[in-house]
Design a protein around this ligand. Structure first.
Ligand SMILES: C[S@@+](CC[C@H](N)C(=O)[O-])C[C@H]1O[C@@H](n2cnc3c(N)ncnc32)[C@H](O)[C@@H]1O
Length: 294
């Protein structure tokens, strides 16, 4: 991805959330308060002007996004399902005793900011590439900081997660944690994805979970974006955020097993694909950190 420019895909996801707020029926899927918080964040961070946000709320923008769905059927609504999935995992995790939440590649996601006051005993952390994270931090400053929300600006391609968290004194390596990697792993090189999962397993306590979304690999070995895969892969490359990692769903168990996690499809609660992505949840393997280095 471009090192000095805020993420365009994070920008697109956030604007899609605003427009999904104008689509009838989406309020039953989108997490409560997400649309208003996203609108606010986009404006206060300067990522989008107030007029751009107003436009995104128009009914006709719903039609514009839906018109683009010819390329990736279902992708527009998929963002609502993705947000709902991640927030459900976090809420369930907290319900089962998690006291730490880590959102990787958080973009303009507002879950931490919205949930932090509701769960004062839980520490929320977010990491994103500096170009995006700094813009977001400006927005969060203006919206009102949360004592239990920590925004970290780091390029995970350059600095290891274990090192990033080691230098953060609020991070508790033994805490039961829910890690969220929403729309992230497709942008990382294969060796970096495996390494990231391994590192995730050594920075969290027993019973921790990781919830993530991924693009399946197609018969030709490329990320499968459906009929227009070639065009989509080219477009992603053109905007500087190529899709370079994918996995076949049947290979996920083994991949996770080797990376310190056990696949838990029952927790994910769904096996259908939304847009181009599948959703998955895995539980940290007991004792992983005792036998494996980072
Ligand atoms: C498609 S966006 C998703 C944003 C957010 N998770 C969401 O779904 O609303 C991908 C995010 O991953 C971040 N990202 C990509 N590569 C990264 C890296 N090497 N280090 C940190 N963040 C990265 C981008 O900056 C961007 O915010």
């Amino acid at each position: 991805m471009h090192n000095d420019k805020p993420s365009r895909t994070a920008h697109k996801v956030a604007l899609s959330i605003v427009t999904l707020g104008a689509k009838p029926g989406m309020d039953r899927i989108l997490p409560a308060g997400i649309v208003q918080a996203t609108e606010k964040l986009l404006v206060t961070s300067g990522a989008v002007g107030a007029r751009g946000v107003r436009w995104s709320r128009f009914q006709r923008m719903v039609s514009v996004y839906e018109a683009f769905d010819w390329m990736l059927p279902g992708q527009f609504e998929a963002f609502a399902h993705r947000k709902a999935f991640c927030e459900r995992q976090v809420r369930d995790g907290i319900g089962h005793g998690a006291t730490q939440i880590l959102v990787l590649g958080a973009g303009y996601d507002t879950m931490g900011w919205r949930l932090a006051p509701e769960f004062p005993g839980v520490n929320f952390f977010e990491i994103d590439h500096p170009a995006t994270a700094r813009l977001k931090a400006k927005g969060i400053d203006a919206m009102g900081q949360r004592d239990n929300l920590c925004l970290i600006a780091e390029d995970l391609g350059k600095r290891k997660l274990v090192d990033v968290l080691k230098s953060n004194e609020s991070w508790d390596h033994s805490a039961r944690t829910v890690i969220v990697a929403e729309g992230l792993v497709m942008y990382l090189p294969p060796e970096a994805v495996r390494d990231l999962f391994r590192q995730c397993a050594v920075v969290v306590g027993t019973g921790s979970q990781i919830a993530f979304t991924y693009i399946p690999t197609g018969a030709d070995g490329r990320p499968d974006a459906g009929r227009w895969t070639g065009l989509m892969l080219w477009l992603q490359k053109f905007i500087g955020e190529p899709w370079i990692w994918s996995i076949r769903p049947e290979e996920l168990d083994l991949f996770l097993e080797k990376s310190g996690w056990t696949n838990a499809p029952a927790l994910a609660g769904m096996t259908v694909k939304h847009g181009v992505e599948f959703y998955a949840v895995a539980i940290k393997k007991n004792g992983y950190e005792l036998t494996t280095g980072s």
